[in-house]
Design a protein around this ligand. Structure first.
Ligand SMILES: NC(=O)C1=CN([C@@H]2O[C@H](COP(=O)(O)OP(=O)(O)OC[C@H]3O[C@@H](n4cnc5c(N)ncnc54)[C@H](O)[C@@H]3O)[C@@H](O)[C@H]2O)C=CC1
Ligand SMILES: CC(=O)C(=O)O
Length: 317
């Protein structure tokens, strides 16, 4: 039952991703109370002190607290960034067995608190763990959201913006599918400052190879960053903050997140990165963009990759 009157977010997992998300949240003033839970309570206490000092120069008052699972009881949103991260050379899907076990215990604890809000999941493999969260929690699909391809879409828009000298805000292009190696760009709907990307390429052949390279750089960016500094966190933190803002401020904005399909794109029973309308109710609607033949085939393959990973766990749900 909601006791706290303001907007309350609980973060579970205060590692590189979680603490970067916490920092981006206090910078934006999106919630009134921000609670942090992690096995490493000493680091949580240190971060709580540090973040509270920072809030003095933030846009609005916000209380940051170290918490326990009972604090989820009246939370509007619980964001999970806990679990193992990729080591150099590992894929996101390699993490599934380890993180599935961690998720079972975390989601059970959260639900025992009486939590009745919205889940936002970042831990990898994010699509499969978002599905597991829906199953473990029993909450409706609309209220369980994965970060999906929000980060990949940001990477893609940024790289295209550099190529075409246009602000990323004026680059409209989506990466959909698995947040991982089988993801795909939606070339058929990409536009740069209002001009369809495909018509730009038709007029200037040298750009074709370059935009294909940009997709490969997008898809493989995490490997490059992990090789360089051990983990990726700022990009995803901003993506999580953006989704949080869309939810708590009831924005009706379209973002590429991991959403549950029930017939959309010809599939069901899987969480996967697709554009979706996000507001205070969670995922209000999955937006079905008409894909061309090649995009459909790549999307179908991505669904299969995720289902092959997910299916062996079905008996545990
Ligand atoms: N969805 C996305 O776009 C992205 C996802 N990630 C994923 O986010 C996850 C976290 O990555 P990092 O923060 O770099 O890892 P990290 O190792 O820095 O942090 C993980 C945190 O989880 C905590 N933790 C582990 N088990 C726990 C439990 N049972 N209860 C509470 N806390 C627990 C640890 O104490 C640690 O603080 C990884 O799975 C990583 O692959 C990372 C970047 C982008
Ligand atoms: C680690 C990860 O999932 C990413 O940076 O895309």
């Amino acid at each position: 039952m909601k006791q706290f009157k303001g907007k309350k977010v609980v973060l579970v997992g205060n590692g590189a991703v979680g603490s970067s998300y916490a920092f981006s949240m206090i910078n934006q003033g999106i919630c009134d109370e921000f609670v942090i839970i992690d096995l490493d309570k000493k680091k949580v206490n240190g971060d709580v002190m540090d973040l509270n000092h920072g809030t003095v120069y933030g846009p609005s008052p916000i209380k940051v607290k170290a918490g326990e699972y009972k604090d989820c009881n009246d939370a509007d949103l619980v964001v999970i960034c806990a679990g193992a991260a990729q080591k150099p050379g590992e894929t996101r899907l390699d993490l599934v067995a380890k993180n599935m076990k961690i998720f079972k215990s975390i989601v059970d604890e959260i639900m025992r608190s009486g939590f009745d809000g919205i889940f936002l999941i970042a831990t990898n493999p994010v699509d499969v763990l978002t599905y597991a969260t829906m199953k473990f929690s029993g909450l409706p699909k609309e209220r369980v959201i994965g970060s999906g391809t929000i980060l990949d879409t940001a990477r893609f828009r940024y790289l295209l913006s550099e190529e075409f000298d246009v602000a990323p805000q004026s680059v409209h292009a989506n990466i959909i599918g698995e947040h991982g190696d089988s993801e795909l760009p939606v070339w058929s709907h990409a536009n740069i400052a209002g001009k369809p990307l495909r018509s730009i390429i038709e007029q200037d052949d040298s750009r074709k190879h370059r935009v294909e390279e940009i997709f490969v750089q997008t898809r493989d960016a995490a490997y490059e960053i992990i090789e360089a500094k051990g983990a990726t966190y700022y990009g995803v933190a901003m993506g999580l903050m953006r989704i949080t803002k869309a939810i708590l401020n009831n924005q009706d904005v379209v973002l590429t997140v991991s959403a549950y399909l029930e017939g959309e794109y010809g599939h069901e029973g899987v969480y996967i990165g697709v554009p979706a309308l996000i507001n205070r109710s969670g995922i209000k609607e999955v937006i079905e963009i008409p894909l061309d033949e090649e995009e459909t085939s790549l999307f179908n393959h991505s669904v299969k990759v995720l289902k092959d990973i997910q299916d062996p766990f079905e008996k545990e749900f």
